[in-house]
Design a protein around this ligand. Structure first.
Ligand code: HEM
Length: 223
């Protein structure tokens, strides 16, 4: 992703107040796994915070991850999800697949905000609520084109019997999205229907590292 596109996204952010917009992508052919992806560093001009940005194409959500320095898991994580307004829900899998790792799922709450839900799947069926991770919403916005949320997660960097998110090297995440609205949008425990698209995305965790003090100040204050 070129610097110009990042700057363009930052300019839109200032104008719209949205958490940035997904960066335009070349369109790959349709498929169950979206093959094309970019992983790059994205800096939010409003907060100065930088994230590892994972995106595929403009009709899919964009995900941004930040972590507190080069810590060893468990550490808190920050996740931004920016989704086209047409999507009913968007999910992020911290361990790179659907099952046996923390899933962070979000959807418009029907009242101008965004509901976030911590889930876990033991099979490829509706994931159940997962109490091993705690989510705190730092900001949420919706407008005509996108909905967006930033969430702090305690419990998304370590799970199961020792699996974890490394703060260095390349890590593979996975994502999923659905065009179907969630039936009980204000309820984090709501059911929801299966995805229309899923994918895996890898990124250099060095791009997700934020100075501990900056991370903590952002996590404490929200915006
Ligand atoms: C009602 C909810 C869900 C159902 C019924 C469901 C079902 C399935 C099924 C049947 C597959 C295998 C076939 C396919 O690729 O379509 C699959 C794959 C996948 N799902 Fe889900 N899913 C659900 C929710 C989620 C959520 C919330 C996430 C992520 C946050 C997710 C992430 C994935 C991923 C990444 C794959 C492909 C890789 C893999 O199989 O691990 N799914 N899902």
């Amino acid at each position: 992703m070129g610097r110009l596109s990042v700057l363009t996204a930052a300019a839109v952010l200032v104008v719209t107040g949205l958490l940035g917009v997904p960066l335009a992508q070349a369109t790959p052919s349709d498929g169950v796994l979206a093959a094309r992806q970019t992983a790059d560093k994205y800096c939010d001009s409003a907060t100065g915070l930088c994230y590892l940005e994972l995106s595929t194409r403009s009709t899919n959500p964009t995900y941004r991850v930040a972590i507190p320095g080069a810590a060893s898991a468990p550490f808190d994580t920050l996740l931004q999800i920016v989704a086209p307004a047409s999507l009913g829900w968007a999910g992020f899998a911290w361990g790179g697949g659907m099952t046996l790792n923390p899933l962070t799922v979000a959807w418009p709450d029907g009242k101008g905000g965004v509901t976030v839900s911590s889930r876990w799947a033991t099979g490829r069926a509706l994931p159940t609520v997962y109490s091993g991770a705690t989510l705190k919403t730092l900001s949420a916005t919706t407008n005509a084109t996108h909905w967006a949320v930033e969430v702090l997660c305690a419990g998304c960097s370590r799970w199961g019997s020792g699996a974890s998110l490394s703060s260095t090297g390349v890590h593979t995440f996975a994502w999923a999205m659905s065009k179907t609205p969630v039936p009980q949008p204000a309820n984090p425990s709501s059911s929801f229907s299966i995805h229309n698209n899923v994918g895996m995305v890898s990124g250099d965790m060095a791009d997700a590292q934020v100075a501990q003090s900056v991370f903590q100040a952002h996590a404490a204050g929200g915006r």
